[in-house]
Design a protein around this ligand. Structure first.
Ligand SMILES: NC(=O)c1ccc[n+]([C@@H]2O[C@H](COP(=O)([O-])OP(=O)(O)OC[C@H]3O[C@@H](n4cnc5c(N)ncnc54)[C@H](OP(=O)(O)O)[C@@H]3O)[C@@H](O)[C@H]2O)c1
Length: 370
């Protein structure tokens, strides 16, 4: 299939509209739609809130009856069909009723009850249906949705802030703040979009973080500390707030029972993840999956991030690069552990993009696209 410049322009616009969807769309995918005739955009829409109108319905509803006749719909995800448990009318019928001539779809819906069926229905009704325009970008936008359907494990975004010379703290352990205020606000927005925020006990001890979302709207992610021996201090801010904001301490199999009991009394949940002395990243993700938590934000530090990378459990990396040079042999980088001895074995990120974030640069890259 060769796509025209016009097709690309309208699908790019539909993707931009899709990206407007925020935490309120969860657990639904982010979807955008454009209705166009020739070069002219007739209507636009995006999915804004779970249970609310889908993108294509929002766009078509903005038009008077009959106005979309013979036009083209660009939509970033296959329209939904009539399946069980749906809260909104099936979009495929809405599209048919609009008497469009053509539908351009970025990606089929991996949902087992859709999975190409809506496209067949549209084709059977005589519409021209073209699939796969900017598909990779559309898939990346909905990593958590697609991974959940395909793998049933939470999507993992690893995030760190580093200096231009690749340090996440000074040799003395000072790390606040490497990134600027705008980047830290972006992290709070991110926390509001994910279901869980994860750190290692090294970070909990060094920084005494709260790991809550603050100053922006969003959800309340579960706070998780990977802490083999349950040594998280009872007077840490995480434990002191455990009765208000849920806290899970993921331990290894040999955690001290007394320490675990004390954390539980303080309001934290303590759970051994896996059979080894340290909590196993994949076992922890399965624990989160069993609670229907679909997107985890791994906020460091370097040892825990390396454990996730070695388990091939990181899907996306967000790296805020601050304009500082820290230096020092003892200043840690974002990934510790053994590292990969050969460059050929070192994971390669795909679709690396850079954009400004206040005074910093945000780098985004993907290890898995679902
Ligand atoms: N700039 C940034 O973006 C950023 C972000 C986070 C942290 N930091 C900085 O990074 C430093 C802390 O990093 P860190 O590498 O020392 O600590 P870390 O990765 O936060 O925690 C490491 C500890 O986690 C425990 N752990 C539990 N399960 C593990 C597993 N499966 N694999 C590996 N470790 C596991 C281990 O202790 P046990 O075995 O005793 O449980 C380990 O020593 C601090 O200076 C902090 O300020 C910077």
């Amino acid at each position: 299939m060769t796509w025209s410049d016009r097709d690309r322009r309208f699908m790019r616009r539909a993707l931009d509209l899709a990206a407007r969807g925020d935490y309120r769309t969860r657990p639904n995918p982010k979807v955008g739609a454009v209705v166009a005739r020739g070069d002219k955009v007739l209507a636009e829409g995006h999915h804004a809130v779970s249970g609310g109108p889908h993108a294509e319905a929002a766009a078509l509803d903005a038009l008077p009856p009959g106005a979309a006749r013979g036009a083209t719909l660009y939509v970033t995800l296959e329209p939904c069909g009539p399946f069980a448990g749906k809260r909104t009318p099936p979009c495929v019928e809405r599209v048919l009723a609009s008497e469009l001539a053509r539908v351009v779809v970025a990606q089929t819906d991996p949902h087992p009850e859709v999975g190409g069926r809506s496209l067949e229905r549209l084709r059977a009704a005589g519409l021209r249906v073209d699939v796969g325009l900017l598909e990779d970008a559309a898939r990346r936008l909905n990593g958590p949705y697609r991974k959940w359907i395909k793998v049933r494990r939470p999507y993992v975004t690893a995030k760190w802030a580093m200096s231009l010379d690749g340090r996440i703290a000074t040799a003395e352990g000072d790390s606040q703040w490497i990134s600027c205020g705008a980047s830290r606000r972006a992290v709070h927005r991110l926390r509001g979009e994910v279901d869980a925020v994860l750190v290692g006990v090294g970070t909990a001890l060094a920084d005494d973080p709260l790991l809550t979302r603050r100053g922006v709207e969003g959800g309340t992610p579960l706070r998780v500390v990977l802490d083999s021996r349950a040594r998280l201090p009872l007077d840490s801010r995480l434990v002191r707030t455990a009765r208000e904001v849920p806290l899970l301490v993921a331990t290894g199999s040999e955690a001290d029972p007394e320490r675990s009991a004390a954390l539980r009394v303080a309001g934290a949940e303590v759970l051994s993840c896996g059979a080894g002395p340290r909590p196993d990243p994949l076992a922890l993700l399965d624990v989160l999956a069993a609670r229907d938590l679909r997107h985890a934000l791994l906020e460091g530090g370097g040892e825990v991030a390396a454990a996730f990378l070695e388990a091939d459990a990181i899907d996306r990396v967000l790296c805020f690069v601050g304009p500082r040079l820290i230096g020092g042999d003892g200043a840690p980088g974002p990934l510790r552990g053994r590292g990969f001895p050969r460059l050929d074995d070192a994971p390669r990120l795909r679709h690396l993009e850079a954009r400004p974030s206040g005074d910093d640069v945000l780098l985004e890259g993907h290890l898995h696209v679902y």
